[in-house]
Design a protein around this ligand. Structure first.
Ligand code: HEC
Length: 104
């Protein structure tokens, strides 16, 4: 129920703003990226992961998610899967993905 309500509010916000630049735009961009980059295959379309070996991301702090992705990208945090996933992401894409998963 919480998810439906939030998504409805988000959709109404985007409609009301005529799709122009708002913080919610970053969440929308993150949603598109999560699909495009394949994150949803493991972490789910809503940040609830598909298997116990993949961490849930929904509702996590955006700062935390952003820092972890930057660390995977730099190699400071090591994981064979995530180092590869983060390698090609830009800072802007990382911020959008973090905003999206945090907002679920
Ligand atoms: C093939 C499965 C897979 C895919 C695809 C994948 N991940 Fe992950 N992700 C994992 C696993 C496994 C971990 C835990 C790695 C570890 O132990 O550090 C993880 C960890 C993370 C974490 C850290 C979570 C935490 O609690 O510290 C973030 C953030 C994350 N992934 C985001 C993403 C994003 C964004 C994408 C898409 C660009 C993505 N992942 C794609 C499997 C995946």
């Amino acid at each position: 129920m919480r998810h439906i309500t939030r998504n409805t509010v988000l959709a109404l916000g985007v409609l009301a703003a005529g799709g122009c630049s708002l913080p919610d735009d970053q969440v929308e961009r993150g949603a598109a990226l999560a699909t495009e980059k394949g994150c949803i295959a493991c972490h789910g379309a809503k940040g609830v992961s598909l298997a116990p070996t993949f961490p849930n991301l929904a509702g996590q702090w955006p700062q935390y998610l952003r820092v972890q992705l930057l660390k995977y990208r730099s190699g400071e945090r090591q994981n064979a899967v995530m180092n590869g996933q983060a390698a090609e992401l830009t800072r802007e894409e990382i911020a959008a993905l973090a905003a999206f998963y945090a907002a679920q």
